[in-house]
Design a protein. Structure first.
Length: 278
């Protein structure tokens, strides 16, 4: 059954975020790994939908026409087409960024869709105990014909030689001694990209690589010295983030006092990059 249309405040139950700040952080992480999937025009549409999802964090029931009008006004008549916006919606849904609900008016006629942004999935390396064990077969897929059991075997795990070429080899060579499977290595590099994108630091390629390697070594030292790290990849992300903050903070002292600084003192967040206006 379709949802009944109404004021956006009535759809607070569809929000997955506690605040606009948390919502923006998750959007930043989505874009850090999925931005290349969208064309320039589609990104314009996605960013506008994000802006229209601030009243209830991550939720919007704005009409496509309203969104296109706002984009057209911002770009002084050079907006995007309805078909471009719809392609963006389909891509975002297929990538897991959006969940879309159809709504209807009281008389049963179709109204504007409800767009609900999803949280960026947490990435965790596979637990060591499970690396050498095959995945359990879902009971729904079991049949009485045991001749087909080989078809249900777990997929072969790919080692570091199968890591995507987008991941620097120097990073692969460092991580492979501790996490040898390709997927885990790629997930650790994704955390570097997310942190760098969040602070507009992704253009500093050489610095990113050096910082990533040092951060991973720091993680390993922590893992070797204590058992209190429950989520290594999340801890690694925190190390990378703090290193970037430290680098950018030090650069502040090299800037003349006459220049305006976009810095939130004492917030614990360091420099805030407004990617929506980028």
């Amino acid at each position: 059954m379709n949802l009944k249309s109404g004021r956006i405040e009535g759809f607070e139950g569809y929000s997955q975020f506690n605040s606009v700040k948390e919502f923006n952080t998750h959007v930043e992480m989505w874009l850090a790994v999925k931005k290349q999937e969208f064309s320039k025009g589609e990104l314009v549409g996605l960013k506008r939908l994000v802006r229209f999802s601030a009243k209830v964090p991550g939720v919007s029931n704005a009409k496509i026409g309203t969104l296109l009008k706002a984009i057209n006004e911002e770009y002084q008549g050079n907006g995007i087409s309805r078909s471009t916006f719809k392609r963006m919606i389909i891509k975002a849904k297929d990538l897991g960024i959006l969940t879309i609900y159809e709504t209807e008016r009281k008389n049963g006629s179709q109204s504007s869709n409800l767009y609900s942004f999803n949280r960026f999935p947490q990435c965790e390396p596979p637990k060591a105990k499970k690396l050498d064990q095959p995945k359990e077969t879902n009971n729904l897929l079991k049949t009485t014909n045991q001749k087909n059991t080989k078809r249900n075997e777990a997929p072969i795990e790919l080692d570091y030689t199968f890591v995507s070429e987008k991941v620097p080899q120097a990073f692969v060579q460092t991580v492979k001694y501790f996490f040898s499977d390709a997927k885990t290595i790629e997930e650790y590099w994704h955390m570097v990209q997310i942190a760098a994108f969040r602070f507009d630091y992704d253009q500093n390629t050489d610095d990113m690589l050096s910082m990533a390697i040092q951060s991973f070594k720091q993680l390993i030292r922590k893992l070797k010295s204590t058992k209190s790290v429950l989520k290594p990849i999340a801890f690694f992300y925190g190390i990378v983030t703090n290193k970037i903050k430290d680098i950018l903070y030090k650069k502040l002292f090299k800037v003349r006092e006459s220049k305006p600084l976009h810095y939130v003192a004492g917030s614990g967040e360091g420099i805030y990059y407004d990617w929506l206006n980028a």
